[in-house]
Ligand binder design. Structure first.
Ligand code: CP
Length: 366
């Protein structure tokens, strides 16, 4: 089973069954990153363009690695080195990229709705890697995968999402996902950073806006801390960063109000000592780096499912033939060749080389 839509634009458009399907598929792909040779032929011959109009470390790198580990050709384009700097519009940029027949366009853009605009004109599958303060669907999926791995479920958990809710696409995608899967979501932040209409964003499900951070954290199984997005703040939403840390930051004392087994998450990049104290970020309950690892598996799953992936079994995960894949980074202006993947025997017992060929063919036509 693939996904109903050919694009991934937001969590609000996914059904609970589709979300669970992505998470289950990602679990299978996690195994690949734990191998010595981290490559399978699933998307051989496909092209992924990463079109990033905002900075990114985790999302861009993991989409690139996800494509490469699935044997796709991956191209990175950043705004500063694209012809957008010469006045080309986003849609003209997309039309020109489309003329080169990519299979996927992964876009991050400061304007909400930019991926949707591309999806209307592109044959390629468009994946939203963060659009303004609207959605960041793969972040919510990787967060859910991390929660499920550590808590065994999503349904019935109490999740506190605290901090800069106003500017956070991570919060919006997580609100949709967590309520769809039956979690109780408690939101809190400085009054100036909590939009009045938040409650109405989620049509059904258990979502509450608390007036104090401590109320949201009380008894929480998961505490999700949001980054203060200073780059999006044109006004002074709080007196100073020091005051923010004192009144709204997650420190060990505040975390003490959560469930004793509560886990701590942060999408990154962190402002240490502001929204999260270092002893919490680096503490035993922190899953911040697990989130990053899961981001790779989730993005592999999303690429696979949008390519029409159906039967994911051990044969699918057999490793690829030696080949040299290249990635061009237009930001750095360099082209690099990845090391050839070593040929290993197929994973499934009794599988032959002709099985292997059939598997590649069928994956390509799914
Ligand atoms: N969480 C996240 O989106 O991080 P990046 O901005 O580094 O991609």
């Amino acid at each position: 089973m693939g996904l109903a839509s050919k694009h991934l634009l937001g969590i609000s458009e996914l059904t609970p069954a589709e979300i669970v399907h992505v998470l289950d598929t990602a679990e299978t792909f996690r195994a690949i990153s734990q191998r010595e040779i981290k490559k399978v032929p699933t998307l051989r011959g496909r092209t992924v363009i990463n079109l990033f109009f905002e900075p990114s470390t985790r999302t861009r790198t993991s989409f690139e690695l996800a494509g490469k580990r699935l044997s796709a050709d991956t191209i990175n384009i950043s705004a500063s080195t694209s012809s957008v700097t010469k006045g080309e519009t986003l849609l003209d940029t997309a039309r020109n990229l489309e003329a080169m027949s990519p299979d996927f366009i992964v876009i991050r853009h400061p304007s909400a709705g930019a991926p949707h605009a591309l999806a209307r004109i592109c044959r390629a599958a468009v994946i939203n890697a963060g659009d303004g303060a609207h959605e960041h669907p793969t972040q919510a999926l990787l967060d859910a995968l991390t929660i499920r791995q550590h808590k065994g479920r999503i349904e019935g958990l109490r999740v506190a999402i605290i901090g800069d809710l106003l500017h956070s696409r991570v919060a919006r995608s997580n609100m949709h996902l967590l309520t769809k899967l039956g979690a109780e979501v408690r939101l809190a932040g400085p009054g100036t950073l909590v939009p009045a209409e938040f409650q109405a964003l989620v049509a059904e499900g258990d979502l509450r806006v608390e007036s104090r951070i401590e109320e949201a954290i009380e008894g929480a199984d998961v505490v999700m801390v949001l980054r203060i997005q200073r780059e999006r703040q044109s006004a002074a939403f709080f007196p100073s960063l020091r005051e923010y840390a004192v009144h709204y930051g997650l420190n060990l004392k505040r975390l003490g109000g959560a469930h004793p087994d509560a886990i701590v998450m942060h999408p990154g990049p962190m402002n240490r000592g502001i929204e999260i104290a270092s002893d919490v970020a680096d503490g035993s309950r922190s899953l911040i780096l697990d989130q990053v690892s899961n981001g790779l598996a989730v993005r592999m799953a999303v690429l696979y499912l949008l390519a029409g992936g159906s039967v994911l079994n051990q044969n699918m995960l057999a490793q690829t033939k030696p080949e040299t894949a290249t990635t061009t980074d237009t930001h750095a202006g360099t082209t690099t060749a990845s090391a050839p993947a070593e040929r290993l025997e197929p994973v499934a017992a009794g599988q032959t080389k002709s099985d292997d060929k059939r598997r590649v063919k069928s994956a390509d036509h799914n």
